[in-house]
Write a protein that binds this ligand. Sequence first.
Ligand SMILES: [Zn+2]
Length: 350
Amino acid sequence: MQGRGLEPFFIEYRDPMFGIIILFTIVFIIAFVNYWWGVFKSKEEKQSIEQFIKRFEITTDEDDYKKLLDEFAVPTESLGLLAHSYTKSGDFEKAIGVYLLALKRVKNRDEKQYILTELGITYFKAGFLRRSCEVFLEALRLFPRNKVALKYLTVTYEKLKEFEHSLEVLDALEEMGADVAAQKAYVKAKSILADKAVNHEAKLTSLRALKESFGLAERMVFEYWLKHQLVLDWEEIATFDTRVILDLLWYLDPHLVRTEALTDPVAKAVFKARGYEVESQECEVFELEVLGKLQGAGYTEAGLSFSYFCDACKQTFPVHFYRCPSCHALGSVNIEPIITKERLEAHLPF
Ligand SMILES: [Zn+2]
């Protein structure tokens, strides 16, 4: 009788669903406890690290360093030097704070325009373009012949895509005797490319007209053809300085390639290196010469990649630039081919 009385209980107990529920409950409890233990431990660890840092730091408050500099009446020159070193190390927030503090202390116009110019450059480097414009304009209000401020201001307007303003600033620099022909041509080219009201042919004609002052306009024409899938004019390409489009020729889609009109030895060497039947003489680019010879010998496992070297600041970048991303020099790019082990898939950088 007793056994029978307990039977319904045992039946439920033997139900496989019951076992699964118990198992999941246990797993959940373990996971939950584990999680909270982890949270507790990491909190404890964080607190102990914070206490450790506090022992070595004078302050943890971001604004306290300004108070400290203010209270000790640090001279403006020293503030300028300090801010400059912050800018150099990339700590723009602190540099700006110190420049603003120095600005409050300046005694004469010369000091004020120096600090304003440096502050403008720091805002520019930190990427606050609108603010950097305002600060440069204030510096120029005090001293309109401030060449450094004018040079930065034209690039700032260019980056903000305010090309008319950029050209106005270049006019001011030209009046002061600076050679700004290439810069003017470049800004005009950017403005033409950004103009949505002008058709392809008019844009290309305007770009071609800028070639005299800005050699890289040829590359802009070539890029424009590719970007808008226009027919490549190989007779015009034959007149180009091939060194400025070396990478574009290397990556050019095979169905766009026409080698008949080529006359330039570098252009011929590019296609010979790619494996085309091209009669070419000696080529000044060593890498192309080597690849061409390898192709001739039937070895096709070598390819090219490119790096972009700035003649002005001697830095190398992985992508092409018209204005150096680091020193902002214009047209300082040098396309450098590098022989690689495998032939990369031909593709266009668009
Ligand atoms: Zn550079």
